[in-house]
Structure formats: structure tokens, C-alpha cells
Design a protein around this ligand. Structure first.
Ligand SMILES: CN(C)CCSCc1cc(N)cc2c(=O)[nH]c(N)nc12
Ligand SMILES: [Zn+2]
Length: 375
């Protein structure tokens, strides 16, 4: 049966591993490379769906672990799934919950069957298996869903990661078998293996043999250096099929996005833009700017003079600084709007650079303006 998720490779950039493509989903076709705003609890914090659509968001994320705990998949399923529940007509991707169990929950016990842990909200004992995670994602009804995986610490021992990768591959197979709507929801395999080349190769080989409609690269953006992440991508991305989408999980900052695209990544997600917005930090064409700093108290210009987003066209740094300092929610609404707009439009500029075969010049120019070293 044909997968509901199709990837069309449109053009390869001449001098790098970057590629221009589009991902077809039951809720629309979206250009890649793309940045996906994070809406963990079925909302992108401080944004309305209308504003997300207006700024060009295509696929947004929701999170299985959080929605399982609250409000529960039954309620979302009763609403007809996440799309009607959150009134979002475009693409939705859910993570499988494994990562959140490992990063949020206490008292974890990992077995072949799955993971026993304590609910981080009320301390109740809970259990998540590949089958359970897939069935929750089936009930939530996203277009793209993730396999249940273990994301080991990047600096974990070779022996531990070797065993973990083998188990994650077995979990992926169990998830494929448990998947109830393969004609409506595309299930991605998640490549693990920390920084070990042979384990990444083994993980990719296992998952590619299961013929997933798309592949995520997990186990990165977990505390390793940018150089280490890029090194792992150098040897991992080429292991993945060219005609399938590649999603680098949990990434990232503007430079990490550009360097991921250079290495053949198509999809990114990260809480960074929404998280730093909440403490009054914004990404601008001249680097980061902490708009709540006192030096902007009398600055009546826009957050970014090269930005034509709703926030920059209508509100000043002085006003936004006042709102953030006064804990007025409209302040983080404006900083969030700008940060998401910035990354979504950065990916638009990156797509144009791929079209023009000048991504390396674009990277150099962006890094200089953003105040990043070119290493
Ligand atoms: C909102 N996002 C932070 C959640 C989606 S991405 C979460 C996420 C981030 C990172 N860095 C690694 C992994 C990983 O290895 N596996 C899984 N399942 N999820 C991951
Ligand atoms: Zn702006």
C-alpha cells in the first residue's frame, strides 16, 4: 500500500549535500528544507493557528507523552484527532514519547518490553511500550508519527549504545506491526547510535530494511558540540534513502539548521525559538538581541530592521521591553511571533540558495551578519 507521506526530491545543490524537495502529507504538500514549530501540548505557545498559517508554518509538532498524560488520547480521538481538536488544518507530526520519558520522568526502568516510569505530574507509576506509544499516536491522528526509541546520552559507553540501538531497532519493528493506520499516518524510523559510526550504520541498515516512509536522526542535540553533531551527520545522512524525508530531531539554532541542510537534512524542530522568546530574547538578522535589556528602553525601532513580520511592522523594542518586564503576555506573543517567523523565513532563504546553487556563500554571509565564526 502506498504511504500517505511522499517525498519528492526537486533539486540537489551543486556544491553540498543540500537538497530542495517537497513532502506530501494528507494535510498538504510543504517545501523542504523546513522548520517545524513545536506545539508540545497541542498548541504552539503564545501563537494562534491563524498566525502560524499566516507566517508560513506548514508542519507543527505535538507530543505524545504530554498529551497521553493530559488530556488523554481518548479525548483527542473523540474530537476527531489533533487537527480538529486544535483547529490546525495543515501538517502535524508527533514524537513517540520515549525521549520525554527519558528526559522528564523520574524513576525509569528500561526493559525489552518498554519503559516503566513515574508520571512527572503526579508521580503515578506508568509504562510505555512501542505498541502503546504507536496506539496513542494513532489516536492523536497526526500525519507523521515517530517510532518508539531510546535516545541514549551522547557520551554513553559503546557497549551500552550497541545494546540500546539493537533494542530500538526491535522496538521499531514492533511499532510497525502495531501501527493501525499506515494508509493515513506515516511512521518514521529513528536512527540512533550516539557518536559511533558503526552503530549509526547498523541502526540505519536495520531501519532502512524495514522500509519506513521517512527517517529521523535522533540522539543528537543532547549536549554534544556542534562539531560533533555535524561529524555524526556527515556519516549518517548518506546512509538514508535519497527518496525519503530526513528529519533531524531537536535542532535548532539558525547555524545548526544551515549546517544540517548542508548535510542533506530536510526537516527540523526545536523549542529554542519559542523558549528564548519567553525570556525576551529574539533572533535577528544581526544576531541575538535581548529585547528586555535596559538599553532598549528608549529604542522605538523594530526588533529587527530587516524583518517585515507583524511584530516588527507594528511594535517597537521599547514597547516590547516594557511588556516583557511587566509580565504582559502580549510581549511573549510578539517575541514568539518574530522568532518563528525568523526561522521559517530563514528556511525560505535557504531553499532559494539551494535553487541558486550558492548555499555556501549564503552560509558565509549569514554567519558574518549573525556574528558566528565560520569554523
Ligand atoms: C519538541 N521537540 C523537542 C520534541 C520532538 S524532538 C525530541 C527529540 C529531540 C532530540 N534531540 C532527540 C530525540 C531522539 O533521539 N528521539 C526522540 N524520539 N525525540 C528526540
Ligand atoms: Zn520580526
Amino acid at each position: 500500500m502506498e504511504s500517505p507521506i511522499q517525498y519528492h526530491l526537486i533539486k540537489k545543490e551543486k556544491h553540498t549535500g543540500a537538497r530542495l524537495g517537497e513532502i506530501v502529507t494528507p494535510h498538504g504538500t510543504f517545501p523542504t528544507p523546513m522548520f517545524m514549530p513545536v506545539g508540545t501540548q497541542a498548541t504552539v505557545k503564545a501563537m494562534s493557528p491563524e498566525q502560524l498559517a499566516e507566517m508560513g508554518a506548514g508542519i507543527i509538532l505535538a507530543n505524545t507523552y504530554h498529551l497521553w498524560l493530559r488530556p488523554g488520547p481518548e479525548i483527542v480521538e473523540e474530537a476527531g484527532g489533533l487537527h480538529p481538536f486544535m483547529n490546525w488544518p495543515k501538517g502535524i507530526l508527533t514524537d513517540s514519547g520515549g525521549f520525554q520519558v527519558f528526559s522528564l520522568a523520574k524513576m525509569r526502568d528500561i526493559t525489552e518490553e518498554g519503559v516503566h516510569f513515574k508520571n512527572h505530574l503526579n508521580g503515578a507509576k506508568m509504562f510505555l511500550s512501542p505498541e502503546k506509544a504507536i496506539h496513542i499516536e494513532n489516536a492523536l491522528g497526526p500525519d507523521i508519527m515517530m517510532s518508539f526509541d531510546e535516545c541514549p546520552p551522547f557520551f554513553e559507553s559503546y557497549d551500552y549504545v550497541k545494546k540500546s540501538v539493537a533494542r530500538t531497532s526491535r522496538w521499531a519493528e514492533r511499532g510497525l506491526k502495531a501501527h493501525r493506520n499506515p494508509d493515513k499516518q506515516g511512521l518514521f524510523g529513528i536512527v540512533q547510535g550516539a557518536g559511533f559510526k558503526d552503530l549509526r550504520e547498523q541502526s540505519a541498515k536495520d531501519l532502512v530494511s524495514m522500509d519506513f516512509p521517512g527517517y529521523s536522526i535522533g540522539g543528537l542535540s543532547v549536549g554534544e558540540s556542534k562539531a560533533e553533531m555535524n561529524h555524526v551527520l556527515d556519516f549518517t545522512t548518506p546512509l538514508l534513502p535519497e527518496n525519503k524525508p530526513r528529519y533531524l530531531m531537536g535542532v535548532g539554532s539558525p547555524d545548526a539548521l544551515i549546517d544540517g541542510v548542508l548535510r542533506g537534512i530536510d526537516m527540523f524542530d526545536c523549542v529554542l525559538p519559542t523558549r528564548i522568546a519567553r525570556n525576551g530574547t529574539v533572533m535577528t538578522s544581526h544576531g541575538r538581541l535581548v529585547v528586555k535589556n535596559a538599553k532598549y528602553a528608549h529604542d522605538f525601532g523594530p526588533m529587527d530592521d530587516n524583518c517585515d513580520c507583524y511584530a516588527c511592522r507594528n511594535y517597537s523594542r521599547a514597547y516590547i521591553r516594557h511588556l516583557i518586564k511587566s509580565d504582559e503576555t502580549f510581549g511573549i506573543h510578539l517575541t514568539t511571533y518574530h522568532n518563528l517567523y525568523f526561522l521559517i523565513h530563514l528556511m525560505g532563504d535557504v531553499r532559494q540558495a539551494i535553487m541558486d546553487d550558492n548555499l555556501l556563500e549564503f552560509r558565509q554571509d549569514f554567519f558574518e551578519r549573525y556574528g558566528l565564526n565560520q569554523e
